[in-house]
Ligand binder design. Structure first.
Ligand code: ZN
Length: 204
């Protein structure tokens, strides 16, 4: 059975019928996603594959992934390198029906599902109708979130796909700060990547 990784969000307002009718792939959001992703790649490239622990630029990394160590940093660095080798232009967006969104998730969760990917598909993102209710920024984050679930382990990149422990900015930062396994969980949590990428000015 394929493994489904899904992003949930609280429903906001009514769904625009125009958005449903058009069924257009989210190209505008795609460009915001590109901005977030490129910014994160630029940040990590500047730090390099193995920065020193006292590098002051690590602030953004530590905010979302917790205290620095080489191995955990390496897994974040590797994931964004893997994303770089899978251009967004080749990402396929599909508008999923409610029944498709409901399949393999709980009935209640289907009502708040924004998007999902099916393992082992790489480069395919399925969008639920809730996706269209989100702001452009939230849509870009949702798309980046989903790209962290791609089965990169099937590629040469050495990256592993991420999972869902917690959702949201607050929960993600809290997870990163937890003293014991927090940072280890944060580097495995999809939403931490999405917020890290979107947080170029450190205000999230
Ligand atoms: Zn997810």
């Amino acid at each position: 059975m394929p493994e489904i990784f899904a992003l949930s969000a609280k429903p906001q307002g009514r769904l625009s019928s125009t958005a449903i009718a058009s069924k257009k792939p989210p190209f505008e959001r795609g460009s915001l996603l590109r901005t977030d992703r490129d910014d994160a790649i630029k940040y990590l490239t500047k730090l390099g594959p193995k920065p020193t622990e006292n590098n002051s630029n690590l602030h953004r990394y530590i905010k979302w992934f917790g205290r620095y160590n080489d191995e955990r940093y390496r897994s974040v660095y590797t994931l964004f390198s893997a994303m770089k080798s899978h251009p967004l232009d080749s990402t396929e967006f599909t508008c999923a029906t409610f029944m498709q969104c409901k399949k393999n998730t709980s009935f209640l969760r289907a009502f708040t599902l924004v998007a999902f990917v099916i393992t082992p598909d790489i480069g395919k993102i399925n969008l639920c109708s809730n996706f269209w209710k989100e702001s452009d920024e939230a849509q870009a984050r949702a798309l980046l979130h989903e790209t962290t679930h791609f089965s990169y382990e099937l590629t040469e990149t050495g990256a592993t796909r991420k999972t869902d422990y917690v959702y949201g900015s607050e929960a993600g930062q809290k997870l990163a700060k937890e003293p014991m396994m927090g940072p280890q969980s944060a580097v495995m949590n999809a939403d931490n990547y999405a917020f890290f990428a979107a947080d170029s000015d450190g205000n999230l």
